[in-house]
Design a protein around this ligand. Sequence first.
Ligand SMILES: [Zn+2]
Length: 139
Amino acid sequence: MKRDEALHKTEQIICNDRENQYGSPEQSHTDIAALWTTYLNSKYKQHITLTATDAALMMILFKMARTFNGNTEDTYLDMVGYAAISAELASSKNELPCLHQWQHVSTERKPDGVTTMTSKCMRCGKIATDSLNDKPIET
Ligand SMILES: [Zn+2]
């Protein structure tokens, strides 16, 4: 199977067949995450919270384990589908890390020789500072 064929087949499966059969992937993975969270916390006395994205990613692991004992085309298509669902869930829930795009905001030089430069990410608004001591080191 060619990769474009795998993508097209997977699109048909996850955007039509499975959605009609099981409802929205967001709701089903939210439900799976809630059940797995309850199971893990009850069994192992932990306080974790799995997200819908975690559930979708862990379904890829489940499918990957299946490849260890026999490969079927469907297993790979399922992994492609869960990857697409994971990407959609992560981006819709702001779980993707920002690829910061820094813009210089200000530079402040103090009498002790320390210069502090402040930058702001134009995507997420995070502020970062970097200090430089430009006072000569006495030897
Ligand atoms: Zn950012």
